[in-house]
Ligand binder design. Sequence first.
Ligand code: SF4
Length: 445
Amino acid sequence: MRIMLIQPKMNKRPMDTDLKTRMSPSLALLTLVSLTPECHEVIMVNENMEEIQYPMDIELVGITITLDVMPRAVEIAQRFRRLGIPVVAGGIHITSSPEECLQHFDAICIGAAERVWAGMIEDVEQGRLQQIYHDMSDFRGEEIVSPAYHKIDKSRYLYTNVILTSRGCPNRCDFCYNSCQNKIYARRPLEDVIKDIESLGTRHVLFIDDNFIGAPAYTRELLNNLRGMNLKWSAAVTTKIADHLDLLDLMAETGCQSLFIGFESINNSSLHGVNKDNHFEKYERLAAEIHRRGIMINASMVFGLDGDERDVFARTLEWLVKNKIETLTSHILTPYPGTELYRRIKREGRIIDHELAKYNTAHVVFQPKGMSAAELYEGYLWIYREFYTLRNIVSRMPHHKAQRKSYFLFNLLYRKFGRVTALLARVIPMRLVGRLAAQISYKIK
Ligand code: SF4
């Protein structure tokens, strides 16, 4: 059978450039490739960088779906279905809102594909495709397959060395997909993770777990296994890392360069209103402990939480600059359907925009409590602009000299002048740009 796997075009946020869409390949599609029996031919299409063709000889289409690409995924599905080609869908949005999605596709896969994908293909061949495929009871990390890294067109992406050590998160913050009904949390066997790192043949790795320290004992063991591998790596963690300073020591020792941290807010009432177990009074010490070990911080902040008032933007900026936070990823609070937050906001009658393409954390789709929707949007744009002014980039410059190259590379070439870099990247293969950045930052190829 000829199978086409599609990643629909994403909706860029105001501060995103083409670099964002070319950051790294879809691990979801690469995992499906690994799960596809060898007798079938698989074509992967990333609509962010190529047009979808609608050839008649395709016998099955699979689409991976996040919330904001859902409207586009429906258009793609309609076109293939009109040609009589069955379309199946999976991904985060399908898993969190299966009932709403079902009508648009011939079949959906809820949750992990590992146990069901080969069966779906067989059912298409036999003409007995069912509507729902869902088998996640007692899903174990041992079942997670390695993505088909060898199928990546490396010239297209900034980073191809992306690795998962776990799926899901043990926490349930109300605004996160991990608060949905079909959530899982599974950790891969350490030997599988190490095998993936070795097979990539690189010394620069991005761990893209939702929460790299979901199980500190597991992370500790993993880090002990990374000793001697001479890696440079980055990952996403929660502020709970403050309670495990030995882990931070191990991270620094094994080559951790930067941590993406879900601070989310400087307002404790906002944090606790969404079941986020963060405490603002601990942030300053945490930032200092991380910096002391020569690790940079990418702070994730969410605006529009119920405790937020108009002054939250200026107060947050002040804290970020004072604590020399190296990079900022900010979001407008977005109630993803299926999450606890969505249920509450809907119950309170505060959803003001139902257009799913806008659910990408860059639009105000609900009525905030402490400010108007327009003030929330303006504040969100303002803090990005201010955080990346030349003056603030210089003010936030890391104490550690060794970090300054990568700091300026990211702040200037990715954020401040990202559009120019993106234009440049049209003529230079993305992989080369990524390699160059790694070489300049970490002196590795
Ligand atoms: S800690 Fe992070 S990944 Fe885990 S549920 Fe909360 S927001 Fe989601």
